[in-house]
Design a binder for this molecule. Sequence first.
Ligand code: AVJ
Length: 322
Amino acid sequence: MNVHAPALADAHLPDEQTSAFARDAIGDLSQHPKRLSPKYFYDATGSELFEAITRLPEYYPTRTELGILRDRGSEIASIIPKGAALIEFGAGSTTKVRLLLEKCAFAAYVPVDISGDFLHVQAEALRRDFPDLAVYPVAADFTTPFTLPAAIRDMPKVGFFPGSTIGNFEPHEACRFLRSAREILGEAAQMIVGADLEKDERVLYDAYNDAAGVTARFNLNVLVRINRELGGNFDLSAFTHRAIYNRERHRIEMHLISKKPQTVRMLGTSFSFRPGESIHTENSYKYSVDRFTALARGSGWRPRESWTDGNRMFSVHALVAD
Ligand code: AVJ
């Protein structure tokens, strides 16, 4: 029995996505310790803030992965069959996928993302720049099973999951995701996955505690969304961004820390905070090449090739369905 059901049932929320956000936020803020899912960072403002993060001097992952895709483009192209369909799990900016599309003779591109609006804008731009490419956007949550467009049924399939987004999952969830991707893509599929590497703690720390405070604004944006979309009354100046490296668990953790004792309301429910109490908003797991390939092996994939940059900051893995 969900004790919050009455408050939620009374709330007039505009759509199913907002209702899901409300259920998750109320459930997660009722946990000890409190938490919120990182998937709620990405409204329009959050996506813009993330784009700004990727340009920060301290945030190395995006430019390092782009460098690997650029430098290894012809090697990647050589293992991809002609006429294949590229299926991207989660579609943000198209910078990375463009590198693959330029090097490899893909017949189709299938971006899969919850945010349908963004998908269609990006799809139009790609159709213009790659006139021979068929683009079939799918609006779906890529962490749950979805159906591929019928038009790509007979094409070889290549999954693409860049950006170390896999680092947001707990290791057992990453395993479940890779298994589900294997199911969706089918026999003989391949997959290209980016994973951030474990490294000097100072470098990791700085990447999530940038001097300009963009990551702090990105983190706080989830409270802005609760205030706007769920009628919350979070005082943004009463919470502070904290990112730490948890060495035992190989992960960066992001938290929002309450600066004082306070009570916050949303949708008829109150949440009390002790001074110093945290809302755990994100984990970003860091892998070694060996730990990542072991994870892939245990999830129905055979690692075919792993590429890193010269400083071993980031890794890109080619996997083949087992
Ligand atoms: C988009 C999940 C890869 O974990 O580095 C960036 C998100 N969080 N700065 C990451 C993020 C704080 C990013 N991922």
